[in-house]
Design a protein around this ligand. Structure first.
Ligand code: L3W
Ligand code: SF4
Length: 441
């Protein structure tokens, strides 16, 4: 059974409220942290090996250490709660059921970074959550954990919640900052990274909800103890939101030592595939990461079991591996059509492209059009090669990672499931009424 750090108290009734949260050890990490120096806390976070839980897996302590500290210039912590990656809903769970865990993590992190005004930027579609967060912020303030001179330390901190307008691109950290500044959410060129020039050109750390919540158990048990959980550079625990063709969709906390097979089939997690169907493929890290067929999902090319962690999921590179990404775990059974699925994703990325760069703006549109044509049985064999060619021209040639995120699913689908694309081309009549999966199993 995986160790629980973030969700250990999630089952307790009323844990959303300050009194219950406090009764179960809430804000004890903050009290401990305020007896330490900010540099000592930073050291604990570095030792913990915590990696950003939003998708990129960048070491959190390292990011914090990049924060510029020019004299007299305010610094900010911004929590990225714009959880829009298809298949990803773990931050929603944290904010809805454990808002004080996030507030406590933000308090400790703001103290380390010297952020007197910190923000939560939350996706607009999570319309009911800002009220929950604001209530928790008020409770924390009333209890002396926010506001002026927190715990007599002389440190002041306010937290504000800002709602997004429903654009996926605002989850990209620089687009988020633009939006927070009241502008259209267009990604900025990096460098400069937000740690140097972020919100209103001030040094800013942007971290995912789960990353900031993880700071609480790190301080509670120490960075060294946190680092002992998990394996290699995949330390601590990770929240996985599981969906698709599984018996038990939901949010699970895993300690990154379990295998993919165990995660899909064990009753503790996904509980297997409904109706005894076979596993076809999985997208383990949100829609942006490469799809992997069952044979490469349960084992690596070297025959090793594939584990639910950053290194093992990526084993073999994009040709045979994938990415942990945001932990949005999407399972496809044998009845699913990869072409149809890829087309749906292409439509999403085309719709969400901000339009600043030509390869992304035009390429996502062309990929969607071609996929639609193939899926309807109106494609030619050359279209598959054209599709491959277009995604190659997008990857690495855009301002922000949305371009790559649109290209990778197409590349992986063609690489691993070319037969399905060819089936649609060769079976135009069947393509009108059936999908590849149903027709072939
Ligand atoms: C200072 C340097 N800071 C890097 C910082 C950078 C950022 C973090 C990671 O994209 C991925 C994307 C999605 N000085 C720095 C530095 N940093 N070098 O480190 O940076 P990066 O560029 O590796 O990634 P990113 O731009 O943050 C994130 C993928 O995650 N993804 C996520 C999708 C959406 C969600 C969601 O809805 N929650 O996660 C899924 O795979 O495709 O590749 O902070 O500033 N020298
Ligand atoms: Fe906009 Fe796409 Fe360019 Fe990102 S890659 S800046 S979403 S056009």
């Amino acid at each position: 059974m995986s160790k629980k750090l973030l969700l250990k108290n999630a089952h307790i009734e009323g844990i959303r409220y300050y009194e219950t949260y406090r009764k179960h050890g809430g804000y004890e990490s903050a009290e401990k942290a305020f007896k330490m120096k900010p540099e000592e806390i930073l050291e604990e976070v570095k030792i913990s090996g915590l990696r950003g839980r939003g998708g990129a897996g960048f070491p959190t302590g390292l990011k914090w250490s990049f924060l510029a500290k020019p004299e007299g210039v305010p610094r900010h912590l911004v929590v990225n709660a714009d959880e829009s990656e298809p298949g990803t809903f773990k931050d929603r769970y944290l904010m809805e059921f454990l808002p004080h865990l996030l507030i406590e993590g933000m308090l400790i992190s703001s103290f380390v970074l010297g952020s007197n005004v910190s923000y939560i930027y939350i996706r607009g579609e999570y319309s009911w959550i800002p009220d929950i967060l604001e209530e928790a912020i008020e409770e924390a303030k009333a209890a002396g954990f926010l506001g002026k001179n927190i715990l007599g330390s002389g440190f002041d901190c306010e937290i504000y919640v800002q709602r997004g307008g429903g654009a996926y691109i605002c989850g990209e950290e620089t687009a988020l900052l633009e939006s927070l500044e009241g502008k259209r959410g267009n990604p900025r060129l990096k460098p400069p990274f937000p740690a140097v020039k972020g919100l209103w050109e001030r040094p800013t750390v942007v971290n995912n909800v789960e990353s900031i919540a993880a700071v609480v158990p790190i301080i509670e048990i120490s960075g060294a103890e946190y680092a002992k959980i998990g394996v290699g550079k995949s330390t601590g625990t990770k929240l996985i939101s599981a969906c698709g063709n599984i018996n038990k969709p939901g949010v699970y906390e895993i300690d990154m030592t379990i295998t993919v097979e165990e995660f899909i089939y064990s009753d503790e997690y996904c509980g297997g595939i409904p109706n005894g169907k076979k596993l076809k493929a999985c997208i383990p890290g949100g829609s942006s990461v490469p799809i992997v067929p069952a044979n490469l999902l349960l084992k690596t090319i070297n025959g090793e079991p594939r584990y639910m962690n950053y290194e093992s999921l990526a084993d073999g590179g994009f040709a045979t591996g994938t990415m942990m990404g945001s932990g949005g775990f999407i399972v496809l059974d044998e009845d699913q059509c990869v072409v149809n699925h890829t087309m749906t994703l292409a439509r999403f990325y085309n719709h969400e492209s901000c339009g600043q760069c030509t390869p992304c703006r035009e390429g996502t549109g062309w990929m969607y059009k071609i996929l639609k044509k193939i899926e309807k049985g109106e494609g030619k064999m050359e279209d598959i090669d054209l599709l491959w060619d277009i995604q190659r021209k997008i990857e690495g040639n855009t301002i922000c990672p949305l371009g790559d995120a649109a290209a990778w699913p197409v590349a992986a689908a063609i690489r691993h499931f070319r037969d399905e694309f060819e089936w649609h081309v060769n079976n135009p009549e069947l393509s009108q009424t059936q999908n590849y999966g149903i027709a072939n199993y």
